[in-house]
Write a new protein. Structure first.
Length: 255
């Protein structure tokens, strides 16, 4: 079974049909740059461009980098503030010609994909996925069950939002070496570990393609640390999974 997944990020918007049986992309993903400012209208146009690239005509799952409840975006740390309070599921459905759209937090989507098909598969206890990119997203699981919209990237670290010091964007903006960035990431993860005592950290985002650059440099964390198996495709896969789940729930309600 295939369903389309779109991953909206602070720098890029990417999507592809997903083979849900295998938990992987069915075709090579298509990516466009996130517009600046990243307004609802501008981003919706980019989502339509990505979906239209494949001529897709079915359910679509979409991630958003912020808190999402019942299809409405409630925060927008790395997007235009005009997103706050927008019924994003309805907006995108209208821009896609009425296709059914499911929207969820981007890190939650990546986490669900990793727990089902990737590095967290079969793991119990407390698992935290951190997506490292423009910001820091988080997905918290206890015995495989998601606690949605945790937004742990906004924990305070040295008087600042943690993501402003330990994200990949922070590494690039401050021209940090891998060693210096790993020290910041280590301090952040130690703070998260103190609060939640996870059994496993999964580190995702594009940087998960280069775990040898920084994982060996992180010290003093008791929990096991592994890179995301689905790497930067986890959000797309998780978005498609959410769209399928919504379709199943809707069908059950209609019986």
């Amino acid at each position: 079974m295939q369903i389309f997944g779109v991953d909206i990020g602070g720098t890029g918007i990417k999507g592809a049909p997903v083979d849900l049986d295998r938990g992987e992309l069915a075709q090579e993903r298509h990516k466009v740059l996130t517009p600046h400012p990243a307004t609802p209208d501008g981003v919706a146009g980019c989502v339509a461009e990505v979906v239209g690239h494949f001529g897709w005509d079915g359910p679509v799952g979409v991630t958003f980098p912020g808190v999402v409840t019942s299809g409405v975006t409630r925060s927008a740390a790395n997007m235009d503030k005009a997103w706050i309070g927008v019924d994003t599921a309805t907006l995108l459905s209208e821009r896609l010609g009425g296709l059914p759209v499911t929207v969820l937090n981007d890190a939650d989507a990546a986490g669900v994909a990793e727990m089902t098909h990737g590095a967290g598969r079969g793991r119990t206890g407390t698992v935290i996925l951190l997506t490292l990119g423009t910001g820091i997203g988080s997905a918290l699981f206890t015995d495989g069950r998601l606690v949605p919209n945790t937004e742990l990237g906004h924990l305070e670290l040295k008087g600042h939002d943690a993501e402003t010091r330990a994200s990949v964007k922070a590494k690039e903006d401050h021209e940090l070496t891998w060693e210096r960035w790993a020290r910041r990431l280590e301090k952040y993860m130690a703070h998260v570990e103190m609060l939640f005592s996870p059994d496993l950290f999964i580190l995702g985002g594009g940087v998960s393609r280069k775990p040898e650059k920084f994982l060996p440099l992180i010290d003093g964390i008791r929990a096991e640390i592994v890179p995301a198996a689905l790497q930067n495709n986890a959000g797309i896969v998780g978005a498609a999974m959410a769209a399928k789940a919504a379709r199943v729930t809707s069908a059950a309600a209609d019986r």
